[in-house]
Design a protein around this ligand. Structure first.
Ligand code: HEC
Length: 215
């Protein structure tokens, strides 16, 4: 009986939440998840709570001790663009992907030898926007907030010239300049609807609900 009551309270809260999302979805602008002023991107916050898509790593040990990018790259997409991706299988205008650099830490654990994540080392971003980058290939621009010594992050960043970043992405990335081939959440989830989120079949079941205290 207690359980039923809890469930029905929970469902009402979830339904109310769903309505709130619908009600407030209208006026939001395409660039909800980033702010660009005078071409400079303010460092986005809260991205570790966006949708995590994958972690490529090219460690020094496998690259003669001098990998171009020796760290782990944890990649996140903003939730609105994720919703668009799983429904339509494309990156909407206004997509932002964040790539957080994390050192290779320990190389052995109780589970065996490997590459475990260590410290946060830097932060990069790419944004697709016709309005802000009408002349860039695919309307994608690239940013870095990492300092040279990888110890601090800048508060804002200027976009790189397309030639310094975009060429690799243009020639080798699987989908619209994004390396989706290394992000299983995106490659498996492309246009896959609710299955993209892990096999559930209803929006409500996928909504995050604050865990209830048991007493
Ligand atoms: C040598 C080729 C190359 C160049 C040049 C390059 N990238 Fe990338 N980039 C990659 C690869 C490969 C990945 C995916 C695998 C990884 O992260 O190791 C990637 C992934 C990314 C991602 C994650 C989203 C995505 O598009 O897959 C961001 C953000 C990014 N790069 C930013 C930059 C920035 C900023 C620059 C310019 C300073 C840059 N890249 C230049 C090869 C390149």
């Amino acid at each position: 009986m207690k359980l039923n009551l809890t469930n029905s309270v929970l469902s009402s809260a979830m339904i109310a939440g769903a309505f709130a999302a619908v009600t407030f979805a209208g006026p939001l602008l395409a660039d909800d998840y980033f702010t660009i002023k005078d071409k400079e991107l303010e460092r986005p916050t809260g991205y570790r709570e966006w949708v995590y898509v994958g972690t490529p790593v090219t460690p020094n040990d496998l690259n003669n001790g001098k990998a171009a990018f020796p760290e782990h790259h944890n990649v996140y997409i903003d939730p609105k663009s994720w919703a668009h991706w799983k429904k339509n299988g494309e990156f909407r205008d206004g997509t932002i992907l964040m790539k957080e650099l994390v050192s290779v830490g320990s190389k052995s654990g109780v589970s065996g030898k490997g590459y475990f994540q260590g410290e946060f080392l830097g932060l990069e971003a790419t944004i697709k926007s016709k309005k802000h980058f009408p002349d860039d290939p695919g309307n994608w621009a690239y940013y870095s907030f990492s300092s040279k010594d990888h110890k601090t992050l800048s508060a804002t960043a200027k976009p790189f010239a397309a030639a310094s970043c975009n060429s690799c992405h243009a020639t080798a990335a699987a989908d619209d300049f994004v390396f989706t081939q290394y992000y299983p959440v995106l490659s498996a989830g492309k246009g896959a609807g609710m299955k993209a989120s892990g096999g559930h079949d209803s929006d409500l079941r996928n909504s995050y609900v604050e865990p209830q205290k048991s007493n």
